[in-house]
Design a protein around this ligand. Structure first.
Ligand code: SPV
Ligand code: MG
Length: 550
């Protein structure tokens, strides 16, 4: 990020360069980024536009802290200097001084102070000589700001043409403000041609040519917009401000889209005339996150496979993994949980309404860059075992490999706990299952004991029943999460899955049964509490999941 003092230097250099320079209006972080991307070298934080953006009038309805907050957003996301419309600077020199400190903290390179009384109103509303400030009082504000913050450009703005006080008064005041320390003078006019500016420049240039120091001149040609820009070059203007043109452009675009959508009630009437969602992500520089995540997330490697081929039970038009919990889909929640473990490479095997999954990923570039999407097109006739087989054979897996099925929402701590086992294969087991809802029962050597810190056990068997033939209870039910730690575990899983996937109704515990019966791999169960995960089957589960998720 470019520092405030560097931005100050840049603005000073622009004002004092031999070429005509331009400042583009902005009123938000986004419009600032857009102007910088359009190669502008300087920004004008317009009071009129910042007020309009918030729905306020251009009459000091925004206070200086609010203005500085907007400026901070602009400055945080751009590297070019911002000249802030400071209106009158506040009620007196003290307000102006404090405002200067706040502006520098917000990253502003300069401020423009108009010589009107506080509270001001926009120069294109009714103005007369009674709106003008005492020039000595105004000069005091300029001095106070320069003393408070020497690396803040102060531009003194003349309102004499606007209020009808005329050239002579404008010129007299320009010299007072220059003497007070102003870095430049903004000559404002609301005439349809530039004759007021021309007259001022003639005097200014004459005095300058006679060896009198004269600071750079800034203009705002909003009303005399037909004057060719070369004319401003010819008369020696330093900086032209395009003062409100992003705001006016956006108002028109927003009105058009609102009108069309209200009339047509279909998005097709506007889709091709508006920016894409990806463009928003571009302007937000979302892709930087990928690099940052590489740099700052734990360097733990791994892959996860999310098996999610079935329909939502809450909304029949979407796959279950797109159920929304507190504004975030189950998929995003799972991706976030896996990312919390440093696992950023993901495979998602879809099925039901695969197109909806594709569409969702298309509008989420940050997900898209991590996710490899696969289609289990025959999801109706198959089970998660076929999805798993597809995933294991298509996604480039690096260990450890997390696998989730059943589209559950769980707390990150579940994964952290699974990381504490180094068995070949680890499976999350809820001891407080409701036998009516779950039927993948895991048997092991250590029953669940509340408050026992070492909550792992060796898996010895699996069944569709919650008690074995002797009446001994199982350790609990599989929650739909397991983890492969070793190459041996991965090879065995691939093999067993391939074999079991031939049986069309085989569930995941058949794979586990096969592993226990025919492979020499260690399988451990890790206990997970009921409050740490939710399987989304009803709207009540959606509510509960909001509480469970991290
Ligand atoms: C602004 O952009 O807020 C200005 C310029 O102050 S003007 O609207 O022309 O007064
Ligand atoms: Mg203004």
């Amino acid at each position: 990020m470019v520092s405030q003092s560097v931005k100050y230097d840049k603005l000073k250099a622009l004002l004092n360069s031999d070429t005509l320079e331009f400042a583009m209006e902005c009123h938000s972080g986004l419009s600032a980024v857009i102007a910088e991307e359009a190669f502008f070298k300087c920004l004008w934080a317009s009071g009129l536009s910042m007020s309009a953006m918030t729905g306020c009038r251009d009459r000091n309805e925004l206070d200086t802290s609010e203005v500085c907050k907007i400026v901070e957003w602009m400055s945080d996301h751009t590297n070019i200097p911002i000249l802030v419309d400071g209106d009158t600077g506040g009620a007196d020199f003290n307000s102006a001084r404090i405002f200067a400190h706040k502006l520098v903290k917000a990253g502003a390179a300069g401020v423009c102070l108009e010589d009107k009384l506080y509270p001001k109103h926009n120069s294109f509303l009714n103005n007369d000589a009674s709106d003008l400030a005492d020039p000595e009082v105004h000069a005091g504000k300029i001095k106070a700001m320069k003393d408070a913050e020497p690396t803040l450009v102060v531009v003194a703005r003349l309102e004499e043409f606007i209020s009808g006080a005329g050239l002579e008064e404008a010129y007299r005041r320009a010299l007072i403000y220059q003497d007070a320390g102003a870095d430049a003078i903004l000559v404002h006019s609301k005439k349809k041609d530039s004759h007021e500016i021309d007259e001022f420049m003639e005097l200014w240039n004459k005095d300058k040519n006679q060896g009198n120091p004269r600071v750079p001149i800034v203009i705002v040609p909003t009303k005399y917009y037909t004057t060719p820009t070369d004319h401003f070059r010819d008369i020696g203007v330093s900086l032209v401000i395009w003062a409100n043109h992003q705001m006016r452009a956006s108002i028109k675009a927003m009105q058009t889209v609102c009108g069309k959508l209200h009339r047509t009630e279909t998005l097709t009437s506007v889709e091709y005339d508006i920016a894409t969602v990806s463009e928003i992500f571009n302007l937000q520089r979302d892709s930087e996150m990928e690099e940052l995540e590489k740099k700052y997330l734990p360097s733990y490697q791994g892959t996860s496979l999310i098996l999610s081929a079935v329909p939502s039970r809450v909304n029949p038009w979407i796959p279950k993994v797109l159920d929304v919990i507190d504004g975030k889909t189950v998929l995003e929640r799972q991706v976030d949980s896996f990312k919390s473990q440093g696992v950023t490479c993901l495979g998602v095997v879809g099925g039901y309404h695969y197109d909806k999954l594709e569409e969702f990923l298309d509008t989420s570039p940050s997900l898209m860059s991590h996710v490899r999407l696969l289609d289990n097109a025959d999801w109706v006739n198959t089970t998660e075992v076929v999805s798993l087989d597809k995933g294991l054979n298509t996604v480039d897996t690096t260990l450890p490999l997390f696998i989730s099925y059943g589209d559950i929402v769980f707390r990150n701590q579940v994964l952290t706990r699974m990381n504490q086992s180094d068995a070949d294969i680890v499976i999350a087991v809820d001891p407080e299952f409701n036998p009516e809802n779950y039927n993948e029962f895991i048997y092991g050597d250590t029953p669940y004991v509340k408050y026992l810190p070492n909550n792992k056990f060796k898996v010895t068997g699996v069944d569709l029943k919650s008690h074995d033939s002797k009446g001994t209870p199982s350790c609990g039910s599989s929650v739909g999460l397991f983890k492969i730690n070793t190459q041996a575990g991965l090879e065995a899983l691939k093999d067993a899955t391939r074999y079991i996937s031939q049986f069309s109704d085989a569930r995941f515990i058949s794979v586990l049964a096969e592993l226990l019966a025919n492979y020499r791999v260690s399988i451990e169960g890790v206990y997970v509490n009921s409050y740490e995960w939710v399987d989304i089957n009803t709207s009540e589960d959606v509510r509960k999941a909001g509480v469970v998720s991290d």
